[in-house]
Design a protein around this ligand. Structure first.
Ligand code: ADP
Length: 243
């Protein structure tokens, strides 16, 4: 088990501004599995990801990464857990402009004072097809290539789990398909665990399973999804259609 949510509840604000963002969510993210999270705007996708990644504290219930209960950790321990066990890929690539691709990829390891596992790093760089771009700076790379650097950076530390928040949101469809292919390869060939928030049925079809959120609850789940099946589910549960 890479991660698990049990009865996860997250409430923001109080009184009139109280919002139940997650309402008793239970699900497992198995090792070497690629999960897509879908649902309309405001259904709790980001909150679920943030709570699972230790970026946001839960109100009730439990979020675990591996054997670690996140609510039991102090801030410092949480920071360390995020650094050592969690990889992030965002819609904005978040690369440092003054560093080369290679330096961006190893930056989290360098900050942690960890040595890169060279064999692993080589494999990651090969998987994302960046071998001939390593000395380039972000401005000299296309959007797709920059996102590949961000994916390689997330993979470099061999995290327990990678959270990707609409990783193809800023890419044209060809670069998007490439990134999704790399994420899937990292699951298939490198055994990584990936959780991705997306609005796109085609993107979701790269995953091993899709969970559908509505009003802070999981309302459906689909295994080995095709884009057509995802669309069909979105229609069957109109509340999960993104507006
Ligand atoms: P999604 O990612 O599916 O669009 P979110 O997880 O961002 O949904 O939001 C779920 C609900 O929680 C929404 O109603 C949103 O307005 C609310 N929410 C999210 N973050 C905060 C916050 N920091 N403070 C108050 N309400 C929030």
């Amino acid at each position: 088990m890479a991660a698990r949510a049990t009865d996860l509840t997250k409430v923001y604000g109080q009184g009139e501004t109280r919002v139940v963002a997650l309402d008793g969510v239970s699900t497992e993210f198995r090792k070497g599995e690629f999960t897509a999270i879908m649902g309309p705007s405001g259904s709790g996708k980001s909150t679920l990801m943030h709570c699972m990644a230790g970026l946001d504290a839960v109100t009730a219930g439990s979020a675990r990464i591996g054997d670690t209960e996140l609510s039991a950790l102090r801030d410092k321990q949480l920071t360390r857990l995020r650094r050592d066990k969690v990889g992030f890929v965002f819609q904005a690539f978040n690369l440092l402009p003054t560093l080369t691709a290679a330096e961006n990829i190893t930056l989290p390891l360098d900050i942690a004072g960890r040595k890169a596992d060279e064999a692993w790093l080589e494999k990651v760089i090969k998987t994302v097809g960046l071998a001939d771009r390593l000395s380039h700076r972000p401005a000299e790379l296309s959007g797709g290539q920059q996102q590949r650097v961000a994916v390689a950076r997330a993979l470099a530390a061999r995290p327990e789990i990678i959270f990707a928040d609409e990783p193809t949101g800023n890419l044209d469809s060809r670069s998007g398909a490439e990134i999704l292919g790399f994420l899937r390869n990292s699951v298939r060939e490198l055994g990584q665990t990936v959780v991705m928030v997306t609005h796109d049925p085609v993107a979701a079809s790269y995953a091993d399973r899709v969970i559908f959120l509505a009003d802070g609850r999981i309302v459906d789940e689909l295994r080995s999804p095709t884009a057509e099946a995802v669309l069909e589910r979105m229609r069957r549960f109109p509340s999960t259609v993104h507006s």
